[in-house]
Structures are given as structure tokens and as C-alpha cells.
Ligand binder design. Structure first.
Ligand code: ADP
Length: 549
């Protein structure tokens, strides 16, 4: 019997929750073997990272697995059931809060932006305080004796969770994405050599692999860094998180066994096992964040280079097309003018038409170059406005008249709906700039409007005026609706329609410079509505270069 899609989805969710439960319990029991304080607080707590990753990737609905697993693990240590339930509530809330923080900070799971690493660090540091605080409170309420006071107990709990979040969550985020292993043997060899070196150096630093005095004196935790940097530079995030896991496993197990740099052997007061672990955990947490920042910065650099190359290819293509048309038209004019019957009125008319077409092509080229110049002005934050009093109906009428021919050609009738029942709409804007925005919106509506009606509407909203350009064309998918306002961003499937992907970006900047906004609502296949919402009197932003420092 074939299972319905719904049943299959439920079974998959159930299997995932069972897997989460089992892995959570197994790693938690492993964590508790590392000198747990009062039997429940340990500096090694990978389940935090696992719970955060699964709840982020599969959704909040997975929380019962986290709660049950945390409850079972704690109950097995012999503490009262209500205490275990309170601790499990903290562990579950921690993962849910982390997800909330990541979603609010618009974090992306590929961890390829410095911002993503920042967001994960913020979530790891903040969300874990929930679990540490509820856990400590539960233990205090149950009068479970704690050796070095509740302050240290809280710290041990917190650091264990932070490291779990920083080390394990990114591992799952990065490795759960589709991956095609490389085929070059040299790369595999390089990976193997790097792993070997990492293991040997980690063993020397954290396990006293070479007990000779000279090695002991020379080694430092910093010896690991060049190798970790090698991992992130050459093997990106995937290699970086694996390398961090390898080093942490050796560092933590070595330190727990009383070996290595963090064992404190020879110190005036030999630290207790959880103090040693606490130190090594702090070291690993800082190292992990630093390496992830480097990996993300490198990924951003790669992205920027790719974007630049793509831009150069689009820009040269966009500039070349009108140039070819221009050359054709000019050569037609030249041929006609130098033809056999000079002075023939028909030939003169043909030449005049070719020259007129050449002029409009030159205008198009000029506009493309203007757009490029605007982008460099915006990057340097030099968008100066020259506001003047404008009748809105005039402005829209003029733009529509200029594009009427193109609209007729595409088959889209244009309709004006200007609501000036309560008196003519007037505004104080930079006329040229607002014309530029409306021209772009209207020519997009013509390009992507599938020959259906286009409406240009304007209406007052208190001390603001909204200009709307509505089309009934191909529309824009939800996922693309924010992206298209960024420089050089276009929707993949419409690449065959010419354009640099700059118009909306420039439009939004111009709207912002007036103290207003430019936004879109759209439904694929049913059309788009762009709304330019501006204050009647522009409130020009002071360009940041002119602000006092
Ligand atoms: P350009 O049109 O020059 O590519 P824009 O910044 O004006 O650049 O637009 C960016 C992208 O947004 C376009 O490439 C297109 O994919 C999409 N887009 C803009 N307006 C519309 C519209 N009215 N309908 C559908 N898609 C649109």
C-alpha cells in the first residue's frame, strides 16, 4: 500500500525525532562522564549544539525530543523528577531561544557571511544563559550540594553549553548541505597531511606526546592556529569545522585525563578537573569563533570576486548590445546618404529615421552609464538632492508620455489613476531623481508586464504621497522580493530580458534619500505592485561623509 505524502512526512518527522533523542542521550551521557558537578553540570555538553541545529533546520516542532532526552539523561543521575523536568525545560528553551535569535538576525545556515558567525556567537552566548540559569535554580531548589558555590556551577554549565553550540551546531549546519566531494588526489592528500599534522601537534600540546623538556617549553596553544587557518583557507567552512572538532576532541580528552598545557601540572595550586576543562573550553570557544570568522570573511571575498566577474560580463554585454545597434543604424544612414540619388526625399527620410533611432540608442547607452555612475556615487554616499516644488500629475504624465511608444510596442495599455480630488497633489522632491525612479518602475512594468494593463496611481496619505506602478505580468517570487533591491540582483529566469539589475537598487536609495521607501508586493503569474512612498517635502538625509565624526 502506497503511503500518502502526509503520512510519509509524519513518519520522517518521527524518525528524525527518534534520531535526535538517541544522539542527544548518547552525547549527553558522554558529556557527563567529564567530571560533572553535582552529577549534572559539565563543561562538555555537545547536546546543546545538536538541539539548536535540529530545531533551526527542521523547525520548532522537534522540541519534544529535546525535552524528553534531557529529562531522561538527568533523571538517570538520580536527582528528583521535578528537578530533571526543570532542567529539561531549560535545555529545550535554550534551543528555541537560539533559533529565535538566529531567525531575527537573518542568519544563514551556510555560515558564509561574517554576519552569520556573529549571529551564531550571539545566539550561543545569550540562549545558553537560559539553560544555565534554570539548571542552577533547579539544583539549588532541590538542595543538591555544590562544591564551589552556585556561581562557579552556573559558569561551568554555561561554558559547556556555549561550546556545544559553537562547535557542534556549525558542524551540522555546514555538513548537512549537499556536498560533492572533490576528485583531485592532491587535494585528498593535502587534507590527510593536514589532519595528521593537526593530530600530532594537538597531541603534543594537549597530551604531552613528546614529554621532553624542550618540547614542553616551546609548545603553546598558538601552535594549533596556523594549521587551523590552513584548514579554513584551503578547505573552507567544511574543513574548518572538522579541524576544530578534531582539535577539541584531543584537547578536551587530554586535559580531562590530566595531560597537556591546560593540566596545570607544576602550577602552585593544581587546578581541579573542572577548572582545567573550563580553561580548555574557553580556549576552544575563542579559537572556534576566530576560525569561523576567518572562514566567513574569505567566503565573502570569494563571493565579491564572483559578483564582480559576473557584473563585468553582464555590463559588457549590456553596453555592447546598444553599441551594435548604434553601429547598424549609423551605417544604414551612411549608406542611404551616400546612395546613388542624392537629394532623393525618400532616401533623406530613411536616413533621418536611422539617425533618430541611433539617437535613442545613444540615450539608452547614456542611461546605462548614468546607472553605473549612480552606483559609484551611492557607494561613496554622494547622492545630492535638489528638491523643488512639483505637481505630481505633471511628473507622472511626462514619464508616461516618454514611455508610451515602448508600452504600445509591448501591447500594455497604460492607465493613470491620480487621486487629486482634494486638490492637486504637489510635493517638494528632486524632480530628476523621482522621474528616474518612476521611469525605471514603468519600464520594468513594460518589460515584465506580459502585455497586460499597467496602472500608474498616486494618492495622498496624510503628509506623504504614494506613487504606485501596477502590472499584471510575470510577478516576483516571495524569495526574490527583497533581493531585487540589491545592486546587480536580478531574477534568474528573466535573464534574457536586458538590464543591469541596478534600477531598483538605485530607486530604493533615492527613496531613502528623500526620507521615503520603495517596496513591492507581488504574486508570481499575477503581477507586481511597486509602491514609492515619500514625504510630501523631502527630508534629505545628511550624507554620512559630511557628518561630524
Ligand atoms: P533591471 O530591470 O535593469 O534588471 P531592476 O533593478 O530594475 O534591474 O530590476 C531587478 C530585477 O527585478 C529584474 O531583473 C527583474 O528580474 C525583477 N523585476 C523588476 N520589476 C519587475 C516587475 N514589474 N515584474 C517582474 N519582475 C520584476
Amino acid at each position: 500500500m502506497a503511503l500518502s505524502e502526509e503520512t510519509r512526512r509524519k513518519l520522517r518527522a518521527l524518525a528524525e525525532m527518534l534520531g535526535l533523542f538517541l544522539v542527544y542521550v548518547a552525547t549527553a551521557r558522554l558529556g557527563l562522564t567529564f567530571d560533572a558537578l553535582a552529577g549534572v553540570a559539565t563543561t562538555v555538553w555537545p547536546p546543546t549544539g545538536i538541539a539548536i541545529a535540529v530545531i533551526c533546520l527542521s523547525g520548532r516542532s522537534r522540541w519534544p525530543a529535546v525535552f524528553l532526552a534531557a529529562f531522561v539523561v538527568n533523571a538517570a543521575t538520580g536527582i528528583p523528577h521535578w528537578t530533571s523536568a526543570l532542567i529539561a525545560t531549560g535545555n529545550t528553551a535554550e534551543a528555541l531561544v537560539a533559533r529565535e535569535i538566529l531567525v531575527r538576525l537573518r542568519w544563514r545556515r551556510d555560515m558564509e557571511r561574517v554576519h552569520d558567525v556573529f549571529a551564531l556567537s550571539a545566539a550561543a552566548l545569550a540562549a545558553t544563559t537560559v539553560s544555565a540559569s534554570l539548571g542552577t535554580t533547579a539544583v539549588w531548589l532541590a538542595h543538591i550540594p555544590v562544591n564551589d558555590g552556585y556561581g562557579l556551577f552556573w559558569m561551568v554549565w554555561w561554558v559547556g553549553d556555549v561550546l556545544g553550540a559553537l562547535l557542534i551546531a556549525p558542524l551540522i549546519f555546514v555538513w548537512s548541505r549537499p556536498w560533492r566531494p572533490g576528485r583531485e588526489p592532491a587535494r585528498w592528500l593535502e587534507g590527510a597531511v593536514l589532519a595528521l599534522l593537526l593530530a600530532v601537534v594537538s597531541l603534543a600540546v594537549f597530551y604531552d606526546l613528546f614529554p621532553q623538556k624542550v618540547v614542553r617549553l616551546a609548545r603553546g596553544s598558538y601552535s594549533i592556529w596556523p594549521l587551523l587557518i590552513w584548514a579554513v583557507v584551503r578547505f573552507r567552512q567544511r574543513g574548518g569545522v572538522l579541524a576544530l572538532l578534531l582539535v577539541s576532541l584531543i584537547a578536551i580528552s587530554g586535559t580531562a585525563a590530566g595531560h597537556g598545557l591546560f593540566s596545570g601540572a607544576g602550577a602552585i595550586r593544581t587546578p581541579s578537573p573542572h577548572e582545567r576543562l573550563f580553561r580548555v573550553q574557553c580556549f576552544m570557544a575563542v579559537t572556534a569563533v576566530s576560525m569561523m570568522f576567518i572562514a566567513a570573511a574569505l567566503a565573502e571575498r570569494r563571493q565579491a570576486i564572483l559578483a564582480r566577474d559576473e557584473f563585468i560580463s553582464i555590463a559588457s554585454h549590456e553596453l555592447k548590445t546598444p553599441l551594435t545597434a548604434l553601429r547598424l543604424r549609423l551605417s544604414t544612414a551612411l549608406k542611404v546618404l551616400g546612395g546613388e540619388r542624392p537629394g532623393d526625399p525618400a532616401a533623406a527620410e530613411k536616413a533621418a529615421r536611422a539617425v533618430a533611432a541611433a539617437t535613442s540608442t545613444t540615450d539608452r547607452l547614456g542611461r546605462l552609464i548614468e546607472d553605473l555612475l549612480d552606483v559609484s556615487r551611492l557607494t561613496a554616499r554622494r547622492l545630492d538632492l535638489a528638491p523643488e516644488e512639483i505637481p505630481v500629475r505633471d511628473l507622472l504624465g511626462e514619464v508616461a508620455a516618454r514611455l508610451r511608444e515602448a508600452a504600445v510596442e509591448s501591447g500594455s495599455p497604460m492607465v493613470m489613476a491620480i487621486d487629486d480630488a482634494a486638490g492637486p497633489l504637489t510635493a517638494t522632491w528632486d524632480r530628476g531623481r523621482i522621474e528616474q525612479v518612476v521611469t525605471n518602475l514603468l519600464s520594468n512594468a513594460i518589460k515584465y508586464g506580459s502585455g497586460r494593463e499597467i496602472t500608474i496611481a498616486a494618492y495622498a496619505l496624510g503628509d506623504r504621497i504614494a506613487i504606485e506602478v501596477r502590472d499584471g505580468g510575470i510577478g516576483i517570487a516571495k524569495a526574490d522580493q527583497e533581493r531585487i533591491f540589491q545592486a546587480f540582483e536580478r531574477v534568474e529566469s528573466v535573464h534574457r530580458v536586458g538590464g543591469l539589475g541596478l534600477g531598483l537598487y538605485i530607486g530604493r536609495q533615492i527613496a531613502g534619500a528623500h526620507g521615503g521607501t520603495l517596496r513591492v508586493t507581488s504574486e508570481p503569474g499575477r503581477g507586481s505592485t511597486f509602491v514609492l512612498d515619500l514625504p510630501r517635502a523631502a527630508v534629505p538625509r545628511v550624507p554620512s561623509t559630511e557628518r561630524e565624526v
